[in-house]
Design a protein around this ligand. Structure first.
Ligand SMILES: NC(=O)c1ccc[n+]([C@@H]2O[C@H](COP(=O)([O-])OP(=O)(O)OC[C@H]3O[C@@H](n4cnc5c(N)ncnc54)[C@H](OP(=O)(O)O)[C@@H]3O)[C@@H](O)[C@H]2O)c1
Length: 333
């Protein structure tokens, strides 16, 4: 099979298309013939060597795919063979086939195509977990969503609006802000203007950018406000991690003194779903809810760009360079 290998950590162009042995399923695993690859910011971080538990090079990045189960190992349900599935291998998914623990895949109903399926799991589960479970978002509350026109952002805007929240979307360009408004945001801002616009009046901030944005957002929280931090895109340049900039962005976040969380009744929370595998059963429920919402027409996977497998590094460059809108999906012939 062909796979995109990172022979060393680096920018998008380090990726090399190589012929590798076909994967064989181990105990409790399935092999998925990949039909679509959902690209995630985490894949860019893995390629640069800054994602938690990233393998040493050479390795194949790739967090999320959709395709067909072609083989299963011992202790895996044989009837899975032939099933159309969405799967989250975390690494190794930038390939024509990938081995996945069966706990990391979910069968797809008829009518949900591979491109939609590849755009759904990581973005949708992250938004659902962050807003509902961690953020405890309630109807009528005001929520700020940063990178609102991205993969996770487009899901989060729709879910928060559907939950009856007042959605403030933050994104870098007018086109991105217009998309967020079409998806249900009631107000949209650029990064520089949002903090003054919402001063003192926010219940939940759902932020994957971090850095100096955190400080202004933290000040804008109401009593019982919840700041959910789930990424640090501010550290990243279009091709590489900007180390000096990251240090400055980290320093600009300031210091949170635990005792001072008490009186303003504020919550600061962070999560990385790929590091909490014990939530797998819950993830299945969340994914099934997402599928039901897609089928019922109350949620849509916003796929801004599809890129053929042969051009996968271009998809990485687009996502990391802030050129993408919605999800970037790579189609595999
Ligand atoms: N913790 C978790 O479990 C978890 C799970 C999934 C994703 N995430 C995080 O959620 C974020 C969104 O992931 P995604 O895959 O859906 O990506 P995405 O939102 O489609 O793309 C990243 C977006 O971040 C914004 N951004 C701000 N500063 C940036 C910078 N310096 N470089 C690049 N982009 C920057 C850009 O939007 P603007 O141009 O509008 O600023 C860009 O489009 C990422 O930070 C990712 O690491 C976390």
């Amino acid at each position: 099979m062909k796979a995109w290998v990172a022979p060393r950590y680096g920018p998008p162009e380090v990726l090399e298309l190589q012929e590798l042995p076909d994967p064989q399923p181990g105990r409790g695993e399935a092999v998925v013939q990949v039909r679509a690859i959902g690209l995630n910011f985490a894949d860019c971080a893995a390629r640069m060597g800054v994602y938690p538990r990233v393998p040493r090079p050479p390795f194949v990045p790739g967090m999320e795919v959709a395709g067909d189960v072609v083989a299963v190992g011992e202790e895996a349900e044989p009837s899975l063979v032939g099933a159309r599935v969405a799967a989250v291998p975390i690494f190794a998914g930038h390939a024509e086939a990938v081995r996945v623990p069966v706990s990391h895949l979910r069968p797809l109903p008829a009518g949900v195509d591979y491109v939609t399926a590849a755009a759904l799991a990581v973005t949708g589960i992250t938004a659902d977990h962050g807003l509902r479970t961690v953020g405890r978002l309630r109807p009528g509350e005001r929520v700020v969503i940063t990178a609102a026109a991205g993969g996770v952002g487009t899901m989060a805007v729709q879910m928060a609006a559907a939950a009856g929240a007042q959605v403030v979307a933050v994104a870098s360009t007018p086109a991105k802000r217009e998309l967020a408004a079409r998806l249900g945001a009631s107000a949209t801002y650029g990064y520089e203007e949002y903090a003054t616009a919402v001063q003192g009046g926010v219940d939940v901030i759902f932020d994957s950018v971090g850095g100096r944005l955190f400080r202004t957002g933290w000040r804008a929280l109401r009593g019982d406000g919840r700041y959910i931090l789930f990424g640090f895109a501010a550290a990243v340049g279009p091709r590489r991690v900007r180390w000096l900039r990251s240090v400055w962005e980290l320093a600009s976040m300031g210091v949170v003194i635990p005792a001072l969380l008490v009186s303003p009744c504020r919550t600061l929370a962070g999560f990385n779903l790929s590091l909490v595998p014990h939530l797998a059963a819950e993830m299945h429920e969340r994914f099934d809810r997402l599928l039901a919402a897609i089928q019922g027409g109350t949620l849509r996977a916003v796929v801004g760009t599809t890129v053929p497998f042969a051009e996968l590094p271009r998809a990485h460059a687009l996502l990391q360079g802030r050129g993408s809108v919605g999800k970037v999906v790579v189609t595999v012939p």
